[in-house]
Design a protein around this ligand. Structure first.
Ligand code: PMP
Length: 357
């Protein structure tokens, strides 16, 4: 039945494992013997509340989430978190540190401004392909938190080292959350959109340390209030059930593949293949310092806009989709999240070889 599927290298909404889509298709009309679709199940029913507990347990297993962290399914996607984070967390001191490493952290800092004082620790605004040096960071004296985006999806710039800061660390892991194992306890709060590595759009997964809750600004609307959502199991209003459901299927699939250890091994191998090919090609170029090259969003260019356009257009005709770079930076980008296999990357490289010729 699943014929004519293309290879989807888009940054998000991104490819979803075929096994997940098949399962969703299989149980669309009758979910878990309820006689109805998951799309029709009420979020306050016992069956759905049990399901929420199940996905939380699976997430705890996959990401090794300690018990003093809440797992929330929050509305408003990634950009909803750009204002939810300051609304909930900046109140303690009235100011926060932001590391500006690209378009997404830059936008987050801008959206925090109405809620407190935003201190830009360092910025690469003049060149999105370099990472500001740690020695140049200037942290505020009394920040409520330090915010950063470890993987800037648009430029393909990744900070592998965890910032060593004295205040709670907040990370937008939207394009790297399932890339490799990491220690949740190093962070005060982690969030990720659902449409890249966790299924389909509609929610942000938020993992937040219990002790950070309780100081939301009074203007915080209830549905964006972490503490109130935690109390209501993320069902303060009608949640996007299908996005939660697809996340559960993806989390289960990831566990079945061997969890984050297996994902990292595969992701390292895929990125090495692609970067090695680019570096040796003399036709394609990646502009990022090798130390900060993203394992997930691999950007490249022929250094010729017309050739870049011809590249993604020709690729699309051959079933390799989503390779056009983001409109703000141009160029090309192959997003290689967990659904993309080594074989898929080899297929992309074969196309790149043909096109270069
Ligand atoms: N953060 C990062 C790292 C992103 O790549 C994106 C783009 N999807 C966002 C936030 C914004 O997400 P959304 O479109 O769900 O608001």
């Amino acid at each position: 039945m699943m014929t004519n599927r293309v290879l989807n290298f888009a940054a998000g909404p991104a490819a979803i494992p075929e096994a997940v889509l098949k399962q969703a298709q299989h149980e669309l009309l009758n979910w878990r013997d309820t006689g109805m679709s998951i799309l029709e199940v009420g979020h306050r029913t016992a069956v759905f509340q049990d399901y929420l507990a199940e996905i939380q347990a699976e997430l705890r297993q996959l990401l090794t989430i300690p018990t003093n962290y809440h797992i929330l399914f929050m509305p408003g996607g990634g950009q909803g978190q750009f204002f939810s984070v300051p609304m909930n967390l900046i109140g303690r001191t009235g100011q926060a540190d932001y590391l500006d490493t690209g378009i997404w952290s830059h936008k987050a800092a801008l959206q925090a401004k109405p809620y407190g004082q935003v201190n830009i620790v360092a910025s690469n605004a003049t060149n999105p392909f370099v990472m500001p040096k740690t020695t140049e960071w200037q942290c505020a004296k009394d920040a409520a938190y330090f915010y950063y985006c470890p993987n800037e999806t648009i430029s393909g710039l990744m900070l592998y080292d965890i910032p060593q800061v004295a205040v709670p660390l907040i990370a937008d892991m939207s394009s790297c959350i399932l890339m490799k194992p990491f220690t949740v306890a190093d962070y005060g709060l982690i969030f990720s959109v659902s449409q890249k590595m966790l299924g389909t759009s509609g929610i942000s997964l938020v993992i937040v340390r219990e002790e950070l809750l309780g100081e939301a600004l009074p203007i915080t609307p209830d549905i964006f209030n972490y503490q109130k959502q935690a109390k209501e199991s993320s069902c303060l209003n009608s949640p996007p059930i299908y996005a939660i459901y697809l996340m559960e299927l993806v989390v289960k699939w990831t566990l079945q593949q061997g969890g984050l250890v297996a994902m990292e091994e595969c992701n390292q191998a895929k990125a090495k293949l692609l970067y090695d090919y680019i570096d040796n090609s003399q036709f394609y170029y990646n502009k990022i310092d090798p130390v900060y090259r993203s394992l997930m969003n691999i950007t490249f260019t022929t250094n010729d806009e017309a050739k870049d356009t011809a590249f993604w257009q020709t690729a699309a005709k051959q079933g390799l989709m989503g390779l056009k770079g983001h409109k703000l930076l141009g160029g090309l980008r192959a997003s290689c999240y967990n659904t993309i296999s080594i074989g898929d990357v080899k297929r992309l490289i074969a196309f790149m070889q043909d096109f270069a010729q």
